[in-house]
Design a protein around this ligand. Structure first.
Ligand SMILES: [Zn+2]
Length: 153
């Protein structure tokens, strides 16, 4: 289906519209046609996001989640995803299962409580900006205070 109207300025004036009113109608149709095209592009992007299973995480903050939740640098050719809170560039995995597997492996490797800790991090409506050792200790303290749970990093 074409977005082009099946009439033009001449058709409108032949049906009694003034030239000025016909211009207004044609301008509005042009504006709405452009808006419709932009909406269709946005729908296509959202649909692609919904089907995108990639899971992303940051090395410089604690944020992790589905790529559809990460912001993108739309004005950069790489379209590199970044943390929706602090803007850290994110690494990506094929899907969330890979993330869960690596978190579970880390816990099994001598870091009890790590799975629950990561789940708590994900539930936060913010990221913790640094994952450097000292700052990580502070994050764990906040986790202990808020949840009563413990984790060995
Ligand atoms: Zn962040």
């Amino acid at each position: 289906m074409s977005d082009k109207p099946s009439f033009d300025h001449a058709t409108l004036t032949s049906h009694g519209l003034s030239a000025g009113m016909a211009n207004t109608v044609m301008d509005e149709i042009e504006r709405l046609t452009a808006e419709l095209a932009a909406s269709r592009r946005e729908c296509a992007r959202l649909e692609a996001d919904m089907n995108d299973e990639r899971f992303v995480y940051s090395a410089t903050c604690t944020w992790h989640g589905p790529i559809s939740s990460a912001k993108h640098y739309s004005n950069r050719p790489t379209g590199c995803p970044h943390c929706p809170h602090c803007g850290s560039v994110l690494f990506e995995l094929e899907n969330e299962q890979q993330w869960n597997d690596s978190v579970e492996d880390y816990e099994k490797g001598g870091h009890p409580g790590y799975v629950a800790f990561c789940k708590w991090l994900r539930e936060q409506s913010k990221c913790f900006r640094s994952t450097k050792d000292q700052h990580l200790k502070e994050i764990v303290e906040i986790y202990r205070k808020e949840t009563g749970k413990d984790v060995r990093i």
